[in-house]
Design a protein around this ligand. Structure first.
Ligand code: PLP
Length: 359
């Protein structure tokens, strides 16, 4: 077996142990004679998977009792629509958005279809290389939306905006389970699975109970959080296999000390890579230092031709999907939970060699 280092921003690496566990049970799940892929979502085996997955999210993220957790389909992108459809009111269509990157902007644009949507701050003036610190927030908005870790630009909020009594809604697709967060500070959190949780297919939504309602009249049944809250996420056929993989990955995380230990490990890995880049006069990271992401590390070499050469040579040496997003160029190392320490140290060794050869 020759496992490569995969720096993709998503879908991304899963722990080898988790993949092997799934492989062991793939054809015959726990002696029931069929695969989870073939199993009725109304069976007692699947019910146990659904319940354990939900319970592990609650435990590992320390989700308070007054919040509901649901598992839905459609990825983070579908929540860009679900958020306004669930949270806007027929007699108050106001919501405020902070735009710090491509996904934050997409969420903002979707919401504009449904309400009175106000841009409270943006960092587009400096190509999203920082997190704004001042916000023009409306006290009567239904919610304030942020994207907490900006996957493409490599920034993250280290301090949340003070929204007073207005619920904070956060897209945590590329941050979930990577660092401890205080769920009680948010109204709604959502995340697609394929960055840090499971294969693509399931999306985790955590909603404070007082925000669960029928939403706008036009809100489709399938986008209404209330539908899945009332049905324990079994209103329709869920992405069973993705949820099963999430359960295995959450078990693995719990066994290894939970989010707290994972955060320490992620801080260590990110620091190694950023320190190397900062101490180099060949590579550079253009993001405001205090706003740097722990999960997505964009960097450049002295010119775009060398960037292209870097990406090519890296792939030939087993460091794949390290090309930066087309909006940013250069390189981007996505170093999610499952990236082993050797995936950082070996990459740094490769970067040193590349620099020597091309300086
Ligand atoms: C990947 C990503 C999305 C989009 O997720 P899909 O599951 O592809 O819809 C949204 N927001 C953030 C922050 C992401 O990283």
């Amino acid at each position: 077996m020759n496992r490569i280092y995969n720096y993709s921003a998503g879908p991304s690496m899963l722990p080898l142990e988790v993949l092997e566990e799934a492989q062991k049970d793939f054809v015959d799940y726990q002696g029931c004679g069929m695969s989870v892929c073939e199993m009725s979502h109304r069976s007692k085996q699947y019910d146990a998977i659904n319940n354990e997955c939900l319970a592990l999210i609650r435990e590992l993220m320390n989700v308070p009792d007054n919040y509901s957790i649901i598992l839905v389909q459609g990825g983070g992108s579908t929540q860009f629509e679900a958020v306004p459809l669930n949270l806007l009111k027929e007699d108050n269509l106001k919501a405020d958005y902070i735009v710090t990157g491509n996904f934050a902007k997409k969420a903002y644009k979707e919401a504009m279809k449904y309400g009175d949507i106000h841009l409270a701050a943006s960092s587009e003036d400096k190509t999203f290389t920082y997190i704004p610190k001042e916000f023009d927030l409306r006290p009567d908005a239904n919610y304030v939306h942020i994207c907490q870790n900006n996957t493409i630009f490599g920034t993250r909020y280290t301090k949340l905006p003070d929204t007073k009594n207005v619920p904070l809604v956060a897209d945590i697709s590329s941050l979930i389970l990577s660092e401890e967060i205080d769920v009680s500070k948010y109204g709604v959190l959502y995340a697609g699975a394929q960055k840090n949780v499971a294969p693509a297919g399931v999306t985790i939504v955590i909603v404070r109970n007082d925000l669960i309602s029928d939403g706008l009249k036009i809100c489709p049944t399938m986008l209404k959080w209330k539908t899945q809250v009332e049905a324990d996420s079994l209103y329709n056929t869920p992405p069973c296999f993705s949820i099963y993989m999430a359960m295995l990955n959450l078990r693995h995380l719990k066994k290894n000390g939970g989010v707290k230990e994972q955060q320490k490990f992620n801080e260590y890995k990110a620091k190694l890579l950023y320190d190397f880049i900062d101490n180099s006069d060949f590579y550079a990271n253009k993001v405001n230092k205090e706003d740097r992401s722990m999960m997505n590390v964009p960097f450049v070499s002295p010119n775009p031709d060398l960037d292209a050469e870097f990406v090519k040579e890296a792939a030939a040496n087993g460091f794949v999907s390290i090309k930066g997003h087309r909006l940013v160029g250069g390189m981007r190392a996505s170093i999610y939970n499952a990236m082993p320490l050797s995936g950082i140290t070996d990459l740094i060794e490769f970067m040193k060699k590349f620099e020597l050869a091309h300086k």
